[in-house]
Design a protein around this ligand. Structure first.
Ligand code: BGC
Length: 774
């Protein structure tokens, strides 16, 4: 269907709210007759959004399969609307009677957000704005929109909150409201929100949230306390769906958790999020699916089920933004494959409309730092371009309102939450703030659309300028609050900020990277003066870093692995100091017994820094370590997602006593980016993979790896295998029109173009199908 561009002034509908709140989940309905005398209906579209979240129906049929729309944006400046093609639904309207129905829930707008227990940060009233536009054969347009004539009434949902869960009373179910001629007894009117500013309405940039797949229980059993427990075998994000029949008025209560402790649900990591759904039975055949909440869980505890719980009675529904999988990785080491699956599930659990830190506890916020380090991994595994452009639009909006300061979370709800006395005033911090630069740069590299840089440029440059204003006279960013190498494994559980790496070293290194990337963006965008300004800042920062933090023997101040990882990976050091620093890093890595010694800042870069300075074997040993703390430790403990802490679950099976104990945090999974590029051998040669760099570096006892990526120009596949004699055979598939620069560890180098190519141990390229070597 052709979709006409919508402008603020083209909306005739008004934002309406029910006169009664109806337990936070009101229904809104309206009946209309199709205009006669204009010939056949040609097309019909519905645009809809809400203060809260909504589901829309036309004559009893849902208009689409999205859930939790319009998701969460910086509602002060951006309220997205969905646009649905409803031609068939309207055409099928009996006797030309159209019944529009909208069901609302609290969602992010009015539900709980953050760990302080507060709610309703964006407003106290739910509301809806919807407009049905029908085009007839003679060109006549009929518009039916929300206005003061709509009716509001109660739904079957009697409680709903994203963190706490949902209660559905099936005795209240009655679909009659979705049909014509409904009596609407007990219903009320609505009022128009005159204060609503339609200029904030904006179409979706990224995808909506949808149900993705169903996961069946792998085990149902009774806990030591006699509770019925269900294991879905996978830590996931979504909700349960089930059919049941039982005594009218009886209640089934379902609690969710990611882990078990002492054989019972381990709910302490959820902190204050109740993650509890309740279902009150009608006495007939009931189906329940709580779509106004979501939970991060692998286990569910079911209380009050009538009789025995049959294994096929429940499914877990996996819910997240509708992203397309693009990258795959598999190798000869099953532990690494499980780690990679955990990274994929960690991503899937944290892309429910907003890229979040975690999906289960009283947080689920768009923490900027987590994405800053994970964006490259995400952009390989899934097509996240539109999803993250949407998020960057929120980040930029927040930043504009805060004088260039990048919020810790986007959308920034923390600005509404009163901080305890004595708490620092929020200021841009390294890594978290650098998301403003690193994320658009990552999207540019992954997808090659320069628009992402032009859209984000003001935000990128505002961030760097703001940081520039915070520097000490030395030129170092050693002032103010920093998260630094957050969650260093040696930090005490209650002090995740207490890292070995000096926060000034971390921050100054990050500034260098951000200034350099912003200078590059400026020159791509033909902003010569800015390119000079940020280029000069980058050079001054690099010089200050060397002067104050680096010794001639390659020692970097505070001598922690993270400071070497950043200095090397971000290009702050010249030879021969760089090599000495790499050697020192390798010595520290070996000295820590190849156990992880880095937190949020260093972990994504430590394997790269080792690789760049000739310590590939050490990078592999670090990656393949199974003792705690390490990437594979969680795999040995049966993890199915990446954890927030290396030891979120302690070796004895108990849960880490710290407050930050999520079992589904993607940040530390950023090592998958190294796996894709260095083990797998696929990296962009030019932005958007217009050329591909194919440089696998086998090691760690792996005998084969297969990595593939659906790039914008097409599918790239790299498969390597070590022969019996240790020689390396590589198969490379390159899309038409793309050149791959193949660079193998034994010095073989080839440029090949579109087609499939095999490089055997002995000879050079032989063409297998299409294309040819250059
Ligand atoms: C979040 C992190 C976040 C951090 C910063 C935590 O509560 O879960 O992932 O980046 O706070 O302080």
């Amino acid at each position: 269907m052709k979709v006409a561009p919508v402008t603020a002034s083209s909306w005739t509908a008004r934002m309406i709210s029910p006169d009664d709140d109806f337990a936070g989940a009101p229904l809104l309905r309206h009946e209309a007759r199709l205009d006669g005398g204009h010939g056949d209906l040609v097309e019909a579209s519905l645009r809809a959004t809400a203060h809260g979240v909504f589901t829309a129906w036309i004559n009893g049929a849902p208009v689409a399969d999205d859930v939790l729309s319009p998701g969460w944006t910086s509602y002060e400046w951006r309220l997205r609307y969905r646009q649905y093609d409803v031609t068939e639904l309207v055409r099928a309207a009996p006797d030309g009677n159209v019944v529009l129905g909208l069901a609302l829930g609290n969602g992010w707008f009015r539900g709980r957000l953050g760990w302080g227990g507060g709610r309703a940060y964006y407003g106290s009233e739910l509301g809806a704005l919807a407009e049905l536009e029908i085009v007839f054969a003679d060109g006549h347009r009929q518009v039916v929109g929300t206005d003061g004539t709509w009716q509001a009434g109660p739904s079957e949902v009697v409680e709903n909150d994203l963190y706490d869960g949902e209660t559905i009373d099936a005795r209240l179910r009655d679909d009659a409201w979705l049909g014509p001629g409904f009596a609407a007894e007990g219903w009320t009117g609505v009022h128009v929100d005159d204060g609503f500013d339609p200029s904030i309405l904006t179409p979706y940039v990224g995808p909506a949230v949808v149900r993705h797949e169903e996961v069946r229980p792998v085990r149902i059993w009774a806990s030591p306390a006699g509770k019925a427990l269900v294991d879905f075998g996978q830590n996931l994000v979504g909700w349960l769906r089930f059919a049941v029949r039982g005594e009218r008025g009886s209640t089934i209560t379902i609690r969710h958790a990611e882990v078990l402790e002492n054989g019972e649900l381990g709910v302490r990591p959820l902190r204050s999020a109740k993650a509890t759904d309740r279902f009150i039975l009608s006495g007939g055949d009931d189906t329940f699916e709580p779509t106004l909440t979501f939970h991060g869980f692998r286990y569910a505890e079911i209380d009050g089920w009538p009789g025995e719980l049959p294994p096929d009675s429940l499914v877990a529904v996996v819910v997240h933004s509708d992203l397309r999988r693009t990258g795959e990785f598999e190798c000869s080491d099953e532990m690494l494959n499980q780690l990679h699956r955990n990274v994929v599930w960690g991503l899937r659990g944290n892309v429910l409309d907003v890229p979040t830190d975690c999906p289960q506890r009283d947080e689920r916020l768009g923490w900027t730092g987590d994405l800053a380090v994970f964006a490259a991994t995400a952009a390989f595994l899934y097509d996240v371009e539109a999803f993250l452009r949407n998020w960057l639009a929120d980040l930029a909006a927040e930043q504009r309102a805060a004088d260039g300061r990048v919020p810790f979370v986007a959308p920034d709800v923390l600005k509404y939450i009163p901080q305890p006395p004595g708490r620092h005033t929020p200021e841009s911090t390294a890594i978290w703030g650098d998301a403003a630069v690193w994320v658009p740069w990552t999207l540019w590299q992954a997808y090659g659309h320069v628009d992402v840089l032009s859209e984000a440029y003001d935000s990128m440059s505002a961030h760097v300028r703001r940081v520039e204003s915070l520097l000490s006279p030395t030129g170092l960013w050693d002032t103010g609050f920093q998260f630094g190498d957050w969650l260093d494994p040696t930090a005490p559980p209650d002090k995740p900020i207490q890292a070995k790496a000096d926060p000034g070293v971390v921050a100054t290194a990050c500034l260098y990277r951000s200034a350099r990337l912003t200078a590059q963006a400026a020159s791509i965008l033909d902003r010569a003066a800015d390119a000079d300004h940020f280029g000069a800042l980058a050079e001054r920062t690099r010089a200050a870093f060397t002067e104050h933090y680096v010794s001639d023997d390659g020692t970097v101040h505070s001598d922690a692995q993270t400071v070497y990882a950043l200095a090397i990976a971000f290009g702050l050091l010249d030879e021969p100091v760089r090599q000495k620093a790499g050697d020192r890093l390798a010595a520290l890595v070996a000295g820590s017994g190849y156990r992880i010694s880095t937190g949020f800042a260093g972990t994504p870069y430590v394997t790269d820094a080792l690789t760049l300075t000739g310590h590939l074997d050490d990078a592999y040993r670090l990656l393949l370590q199974q003792e705690c703390p390490s990437w594979l430790y969680s795999v040995t403990m049966g993890a199915t997602t990446v954890w927030e802490r290396w030891d979120a679950m302690l070796p004895d099976g108990s849960i880490n006593p710290g407050q930050m104990t999520s079992f589904n945090h993607y940040a530390l999974g950023a090592v998958a980016d190294w796996m894709h590029r260095v083990i797998g051998g696929i990296a962009p040669g030019e932005p958007g993979y217009r050329t591909v760099r194919v440089a696998p570096r086998p090691g760690g006892g792996l005998t084969w790896a297969r990595t593939s990526l659906d790039t914008r120009p097409g599918r790239v596949v790299v498969e390597w295998r070590l022969g019996e004699d240790g020689g390396l055979d590589v198969d490379v598939t390159v899309p038409a029109g793309v050149t791959a620069e193949i660079d193998l560890p034994d010095g073989r180098r080839q440029r090949v173009t579109g087609g499939r190519h095999r490089l055997t141990n002995a000879d050079a390229v032989s063409e297998m199908a299409g294309g040819g070597a250059e």
